[in-house]
Design a protein around this ligand. Structure first.
Ligand code: FAD
Ligand code: SF4
Length: 478
């Protein structure tokens, strides 16, 4: 990796100046080097923490997320400040978004439509899945059409998953995941050890095992420990980025600027640049989750090959989305609520996670304080999301009819899904969005904004595969 002494970069000029190195920034830059090769500077706030460092130190970064923003609400917003961003800490759940997620307003009259649809993103989903060697269930093409097979075979289902899939073949699938089903040249096979924030087997896709060729590319200079502070620009064009290193400002100039901090830090950078206004920073959201335990009657579980084995779409799409949020039901292969204490029944437990979509609310927002620090104002998920949770829980007896169920026990709401989204949303109308269908800022025409900040609606599905696919598409379209 060509690591720069940040102070020596002052007044240097680059073709492309990229902020951040997580899912959005890294996948965009990888494609950019194919479509518009040039001299790239990656400005990254964190350090490079190799896999061994993360395992030895039981953390993904030396910087905690909580130290990088202020909020009066105890709800945590989790992310990793380090080379590779969220690729370090993610659990590698990698479903695509459902085609209806992109058309929420035109189909159901709530939220906003995206400026692109599923078909436009499909080839880039396939490319992102290939880069990450995603394991998945070919039957999923019934709901989410595919141009290519999943790169890796599906993980082994648990016994409850197998019964569900036999009864609901078009709704119950093996979980799509970038946790390797079979070993690759860079990664071991997932062995269901359940500590996915730091995988001891190095089975999940991360920057350390999948993106180092990008950071090692001779055209790429990486500046670590550099916090992007603000942009300079005039008219409709950005001319320079100022970042902080060791408490001192360093200014670099460029032609194309790529903003891929995260959904809290990216809007903060624009606001520190006096490039906010409109919906900048507004609409911070994530899906809403709960824990449920199904007590099984005579059926042993926990015999799958990875941490989450099944994904059920039975409560996902339909006219009900006019009133309440879609729900995805995750079938877990871990003993989240402990094992059963009754003799001979210790594995007769099936932990589920119910995840419902939220609607973007402008009042949930990111601003900056007088010192320029990001400030999160978040009250709660929408009533739409909470109604979705209630409806999904009520529907579980019917959904789980293929299983021998003794009891269904609500355990708790989850305090976060670790999926900050939506603060620089995409759209065709500049009055209702910040960036366009090509992820270019509506006003600053040489600024591409990448990452989950761009989401125009909140799918129930985990976001990172979609972040990667959006970046590949945007860079291909430049
Ligand atoms: C514990 C955990 C588990 C998760 N599991 C999953 C999962 O299983 N599946 C899934 O799809 N998603 C998962 N996620 C979410 C996933 O991490 C995010 O969706 C994804 O990382 C978002 O991509 P991004 O590019 O927007 O941001 P990031 O990947 O966070 O990248 C942002 C980058 O910007 C850098 N940065 C921030 N501010 C600055 C600044 N001012 N200057 C310079 N650099 C800056 C950061 O260090 C980082 O490199 C998980 C997240 C967490 C925390
Ligand atoms: S289940 Fe275990 S082996 Fe598989 S990705 Fe998670 S930590 Fe790694």
């Amino acid at each position: 990796m060509r690591l720069a002494d940040p102070a020596s970069l002052a007044e240097d000029h680059f073709d492309h100046v990229v902020v951040g190195s997580g899912f959005g920034a890294a996948f965009f830059t990888r494609k950019l080097l194919e479509t518009r090769p040039g001299k790239v500077l990656i400005v990254e706030w964190g350090q490079h923490h190799p896999h061994d460092w993360q395992i030895a130190n039981s953390r993904n970064s030396a910087i905690t997320a909580a130290s990088t923003y202020r909020s009066a609400n105890p709800k945590p917003w989790n992310y990793t400040i380090a080379l590779g961003g969220g690729t370090n800490c993610w659990f590698a759940q990698a479903p695509r978004f459902h085609p209806s997620d992109f058309r929420l307003n035109s189909l159901y009259g709530v939220g906003d439509d995206w400026p692109i649809d599923y078909a436009a993103l499909e080839p880039y989903y396939a490319e992102a899945e290939a880069i990450m060697a995603v394991s998945g269930d070919p039957d999923m093409a019934a709901i989410m059409p595919r141009s290519t097979p999943y790169p890796q075979p599906p993980h082994r289902l648990t016994s409850p998953d197998r019964l569900m899939k036999a009864a609901q073949p078009e709704r119950h699938f093996a979980m799509p995941t970038a946790r390797a089903r079979v070993a690759t040249e860079q990664r071991g096979a997932c062995c269901a050890s359940f500590t996915c924030m730091r995988c001891p087997a190095d089975a999940k896709f991360t920057a350390n095992n999948g993106l180092m060729p990008l950071f090692d590319d001779p055209r790429v200079t990486v500046a670590l420990g550099c916090k992007a502070h603000h942009y300079e620009g005039a008219g409709n064009s950005i001319s320079a980025l100022v970042f902080e290193h060791g408490g001192k400002p360093v200014r670099v100039t460029g032609d194309l600027f790529v903003l891929g901090a995260n959904a809290i830090q990216s809007p903060a950078i624009l606001q520190r640049s006096s490039m906010g206004g409109g919906l900048t920073g507004k609409g911070l959201h994530e899906s809403l989750g709960s824990h449920v335990e199904v007590l099984l009657d005579g059926l042993d579980s926990l015999d799958g090959s990875t941490i989450t084995t099944g994904l059920n779409y039975g409560l996902y799409d339909g006219a009900f989305r006019k009133d309440h949020g879609a729900a995805l039901v995750y079938f877990e292969n871990r003993w989240t609520h402990g094992l059963r204490s009754e003799k001979g029944r210790w594995r007769q437990t099936l932990p589920l996670m119910i995840v419902t979509e939220d609607l973007l609310q402008d009042a949930n927002a990111v601003t900056v304080d007088g010192a320029g620090q990001a400030v999160v104002s978040f009250s709660d998920a929408s009533d739409y999301a909470h109604r979705g949770q209630k409806a999904a829980f009520a529907a579980l007896p019917k959904l789980l009819a293929p299983l021998p169920v003794e009891d269904i026990v609500f355990r708790s709401m989850r305090d976060t899904e670790s999926h900050l989204q939506g603060t620089l949303r995409m759209g065709n109308d500049p009055a209702r969005s910040v960036i366009d269908a090509g992820m270019i800022h509506h006003r600053w025409r040489n600024l591409a904004v990448v990452g989950s900040a761009a989401f125009a609606s909140c799918s129930c599905a985990n976001p990172s595969l979609t972040v990667a696919a959006l970046s590949l598409r945007a860079a291909a379209m430049l």
